[in-house]
Design a protein around this ligand. Sequence first.
Ligand code: PAF
Length: 283
Amino acid sequence: MHTVTTIAEVRSLVAAWHAAGQRVAFVPTMGNLHAGHIHLVSEARRHADRVVASIFVNPLQFGVNEDFSAYPRTLAADQAELTAAGCDLLFAPGEQEMYPRGRDGLSFVEVPGLSDILCGAFRPGHFRGVATVVSKLFNIVRPDVALFGEKDYQQLLVIRRMVRELNMGLEVVGVPTVREADGLAMSSRNGYLQADERKLATEVYATLQAVAAGLRGGVTDYAALEAEAVARLERAGFRPDYVSVRRAEDLVVPPAGEQRLVVLAAARLGKTRLIDNLLINLD
Ligand code: PAF
C-alpha cells in the first residue's frame, strides 16, 4: 500500500488507475481503525479494482468542547491494518494540506434540513464540517464509489443527499454496522469507555431492539416508545440526547402507515457519546 500526504500524489495515482480503465473505491475515515472500518475496505474491494482510504481527523466537524485534541491518532497501526485488508492507497494529509488558509472563513457545504435535526441539533455545525471535508475528499480522490458505515446513519443520508443534489457523479454505498459479540456497535470512541461503562454500553443496542420489537408488534405511538427508551437509558446511568423513530429514507417523523423506519439513539455515558440505530422494515 502506498501512503501519501499530498493532494497532488493522490490525484496522480488515481488518474493513472482511471486511465487504465480501473474503477476506484474510496473509504474516508478519521483513523483509529477497528473491524467496522476494515469491513468497509473489504466491501470496497468488491465494488472496484482499486481501494483508496483516507485518514484525516477533521477539525471542522468537532464542536469547541468536543474531543478533537483527544481523538486517538494511531497511524502506524492503521497502516498495518489497511495493508492487511488489501487497501491500495492511503491518503493521510496534515491539516495544512487540507486547510492551507486555516479553519476560518472557508467555503463550506451545507445540507440543510437533514443536518439540523437529531445529532445535528446537539452538535451544531457538525454535519456542515462533515459535508465540507467529504466533498473536498471526493474532489481530491475522484472515486467512482464511496463507502460509509450505516452506524453513522444520519451522516450517510447527509452525504447521499449532497452527492445527489450537487451532481457529484459517484455512487454512495451504505454498509451495515459491525457489532461486538454483545451487540455494541463498533466505534473509535468505544475506546474512551471505562471497564464498567463498556459493560453498560450494550444497553444502547438493547434499548433500540426493544423499540424495534414494539414497532414490529404494531405499536404506532412513537412518542411513547421514545419516552420509554429514554427512561430505560436514564435508569441504566446514561444521559440520552435522544431516541427517535424516523422514516428511514429521509429522517422525517414517519407519516401514518410508513413501513421503512429507523430508530436512532444518541446517549452519553461518562465522557463518551455513543450513537447507534436500527433499520426496521415492517413490510
Ligand atoms: O465517519 C467519519 O469517520 C467521518 O465523519 C468522515 C466521514 C471520515 C469525515 O471526516
